[in-house]
Structures are given as structure tokens and as C-alpha cells.
Design a protein around this ligand. Structure first.
Ligand SMILES: Cc1cc2nc3c(=O)[nH]c(=O)nc-3n(C[C@H](O)[C@H](O)[C@H](O)COP(=O)(O)OP(=O)(O)OC[C@H]3O[C@@H](n4cnc5c(N)ncnc54)[C@H](O)[C@@H]3O)c2cc1C
Length: 386
């Protein structure tokens, strides 16, 4: 069994690493401190093709497949969690979803600007009273002739304060439960649609998260993504891919924390020798390395299963693999970052040191994109199926 990347994948990964080292890493501390996403960086990411991976060039994307997205996710997250969260939500929750489920007219209308970084995308499921229980949403899209009038609101939406295009789920038939949900494409500027200021978060700063208010937003049938009543299918169709890619973000954070701790342990001298020579520090380093590499292997299996599915493969193993990969990667990343701070001692508690930023950032991994508890439920459901 060969886990090595192809020459093409290696070259792609190296190019993303060079870009991140030049454009993101030097600004990551400022992005965190100012809690602002720099628009010029967004454009550069668009030019580099990082905002349209998996989308064919005909729509302004950079081609490639889900595996490339997975590789890029790890590298971007190692540079800045905030940038990774915003670009991840844009690229996979909005852009890739739109590509997979959109009509030709919708693809032509939205994808070129989104892929180029001229526009920002968001995905809107969560509401104040429905988080884990997504199907319990109460935002309504009431049919009026062949139009729909949307009323309600969303919260915790990555990019909401700055987004131009929103993939948003609403109930078109509340009595039909999961079958009464429809996905819509909304745009900033539509009468009745407004967004809040960014929520003041503890981590992933620079990625603005906010609320969306819908007060009688009237849209035509051309704004339906997929078909009416088929929103849950639209939502589920991309979930495995999204989980595999979010697992790569957790891996990127863990790898970065491990690299920082390893380097620090060789430099920091106590009792006359580098702390790396103390066995308790070595044990931490060994555990951190093991967690990073174990997460990487499970992530690779999940990402490869997603590629197989995208190429028309069948089977449900991908559901539990993707949920398990994200579950394990996110929880491993928390432990790795915790140890990285410990190895840094007092300096790990100083905002000046990158590990303290990672400590705040990594906490999102077991909450966003479905919590650890829900991931466990999914794995168990798949194990017990049939
Ligand atoms: C920074 C950030 C960015 C986000 N970005 C987006 C986005 O772009 N789009 C979007 O739609 N949403 C987004 N979210 C929302 C995210 O998906 C939800 O926060 C998440 O699904 C959990 O929902 P909740 O916060 O309402 O928690 P709740 O569902 O209220 O859960 C609270 C606790 O109860 C547990 N729980 C709930 N149900 C069960 C159960 N059946 N069994 C056991 N335990 C259970 C949960 O695991 C959790 O520990 C984002 C959240 C954050 C923090």
C-alpha cells in the first residue's frame, strides 16, 4: 500500500506551501490581533486558484479534485486558522456545493466571481434554535405563485458579514419535515436581507462569523438550488467531502503546533540542557507525533474514499470514514495543541507565541461543522445500519 503523493500532488502542495509562507504566515498574527480578513489576500488566493479547487476552469475554477482541496486545507490551516475557516467555508460549503448542485445558468452567474476572489460565499444552515438539529430549522420560504418569500434568520454563519452569495436552507413545507427543506441562492443587496456585525469569537479571528436576517426576501424559482423539497439531499450530498476537508484543517493546526513545540524544545535550555533532552518532554513529542500521523492516515483514507465517491463510486463506508476522520483529527489536534502550549511553558501563555493562538483556534474543531457528539452518533449509526 502506497501512501505517497503523486508528483503532481507534491508539486501542487509545494506551490500552496510557498504561497502560504509568502502571503499568509507573515500576516497571520496581525489578522488574529485585528480580527479582520484582508480583502487583498482574498483576491490573491483567488488568483492562486485556492478559492475554486475542484471547479472546472470553464467556470473560473482551478480544476483538480477533492484530494487537492484536502491537501490545500492542511497547508492553509497551518498558516492561519482564520484564513482557513473563511476560505474553507467559501470554497467547499458554498462554491463546491453550488457547482455540484447548480444549474448551468447558476454556475455561469456565480462561480467565476466566487472562484476569482471577487466575491465571498457562505453556507447558512444554523439558526438560534436549531444547531445540531438542523432539520428543526424554522426559517420559512413561503411559496407565492412561482416565487418564494423568505422570513427568519440564521446565526453562526462563517463569512456572513462580508459574503456576497449565500447558500441558504429554508422550509418550503414545514409539515413535511426533512422533505420540506429547500436550498436557495441569495445575494447581498436583495431587499429584506441583512447581516450582523461579526460575532466576537475566542479564536479563528479574521474569519468573520455572523447572523443573517431575512425579512420578506422575495426570490424567483431561478434562485432554488437543486429542487424544491430536496434541500436535505443538497445538504447531505456534500457532507462527506466537507468533513474530510475540515479534518485536513485540524491536521494542519496539529502539525503546526507539533513543529513549533519540537523546535522550541530544542532551543529552550533548563537545568543546563535543552528541554528536549528530558524524557517527559520526549514522551509528549512522541505522543504528539503519533496523533498527527494517525490523524493523517485516517484523513487520507477518508479523502480517498471521497474522491472515489466523486468519481461515481458506490457505498456508504465513506459516511463513517469522513465522520470518524473529522472526529479523530479534531480531538487529536486539541491534545496536540495543549501539549505544545505545555512545552512552551510560560511563553505558551503569551499571545506573542503562535501556540497560544492555536490554542484558541483549535477549540472550534470539535464544535463547528457538527460537534464531536454528532460525529460519534453518525459513526455509530453507520456501524449499526442494517
Ligand atoms: C466559528 C463558527 C463557525 C460556524 N460556521 C457555520 C457556517 O458557516 N454555517 C452554518 O450553518 N453553521 C456554522 N456554525 C454552526 C455550527 O455548525 C454549530 O455551532 C454546531 O452544529 C452546533 O450547533 P449549536 O452551536 O447550536 O449547538 P447545540 O446543537 O445546541 O449543541 C450543544 C451541545 O449539545 C450536544 N448535543 C446536541 N444534540 C445532541 C445529541 N443528539 N446527542 C448528544 N449531544 C448532543 C452538542 O454536541 C453540544 O455539545 C459555526 C459555528 C461556529 C462556532
Amino acid at each position: 500500500m502506497d501512501f505517497s503523493l503523486t508528483a503532481e500532488q507534491e508539486a501542487f502542495r509545494a506551490a500552496v506551501e510557498t504561497f502560504c509562507a509568502r502571503e499568509i504566515m507573515p500576516r497571520a498574527a496581525d489578522i488574529d490581533r485585528q480580527d479582520e480578513f484582508p480583502p487583498d489576500l482574498w483576491r490573491k488566493m483567488g488568483e492562486m486558484g485556492l478559492l475554486g479547487i475542484g471547479v472546472p476552469e470553464a467556470y473560473g475554477g482551478s480544476g483538480g479534485d477533492i484530494f487537492d482541496s484536502y491537501l490545500a486545507g492542511e497547508v492553509i490551516a497551518a498558516a492561519s486558522s482564520g484564513v482557513a475557516l473563511s476560505s474553507g467555508a467559501h470554497s467547499y460549503l458554498c462554491v463546491y456545493n453550488l457547482f455540484r448542485n447548480g444549474t448551468e445558468a447558476q454556475r455561469q452567474r456565480y462561480l467565476p466571481d466566487l472562484c476569482a476572489g471577487r466575491k465571498v460565499g457562505a453556507l447558512c444552515i444554523t439558526e438560534p434554535d436549531s444547531g445540531s438539529d438542523a432539520v428543526g430549522m424554522t426559517t420559512r420560504a413561503t411559496p407565492e405563485g412561482d416565487h418564494f418569500v423568505l422570513t427568519g434568520g440564521k446565526t453562526w454563519i462563517t463569512n456572513a458579514p462580508i459574503a456576497d452569495v449565500f447558500v441558504l436552507y429554508a422550509k418550503t413545507d414545514p409539515a413535511a419535515g426533512a422533505r420540506g427543506i429547500t436550498a436557495f441562492l441569495l445575494e447581498r443587496g436583495m431587499p429584506g436581507l441583512s447581516t450582523s456585525a461579526p460575532i466576537d469569537k475566542m479564536g479563528c479571528k479574521g474569519s468573520p462569523t455572523g447572523r443573517i436576517f431575512l425579512d420578506g426576501v422575495r426570490v424567483g424559482p431561478e434562485q432554488v438550488l437543486g429542487t424544491v423539497g430536496n434541500g436535505v439531499h443538497v445538504l447531505m450530498s456534500g457532507l462527506d467531502v466537507e468533513r474530510a476537508i475540515f479534518a485536513s484543517l485540524a491536521l494542519g493546526q496539529a502539525r503546526r503546533a507539533f513543529d513549533l513545540a519540537l523546535a522550541y524544545s530544542k532551543e529552550r535550555v533548563q537545568f543546563g540542557k535543552p528541554i528536549a533532552q528530558f524524557q517527559m518532554i520526549q514522551a509528549k513529542l512522541a505522543d504528539m507525533y503519533t496523533r498527527v500521523e494517525a490523524a493523517r492516515l485516517l484523513n487520507l483514507r477518508a479523502a480517498m474514499a471521497c474522491v472515489g465517491l466523486e468519481r461515481g463510486g458506490k457505498g456508504t463506508e465513506v459516511h463513517k470514514l469522513a465522520a470518524a476522520a473529522l472526529l479523530f483529527a479534531a480531538e487529536s489536534a486539541e491534545k496536540v495543541v495543549y501539549d505544545a502550549v505545555q512545552i512552551h511553558g510560560g511563553n505558551g501563555y503569551a499571545t506573542e507565541f503562535e501556540v497560544s493562538r492555536l490554542y484558541r483556534d483549535v477549540r472550534l474543531g470539535t464544535i463547528g461543522a457538527g460537534t464531536s457528539e454528532i460525529r460519534r452518533l453518525i459513526v455509530a449509526r453507520e456501524l449499526l445500519r442494517g
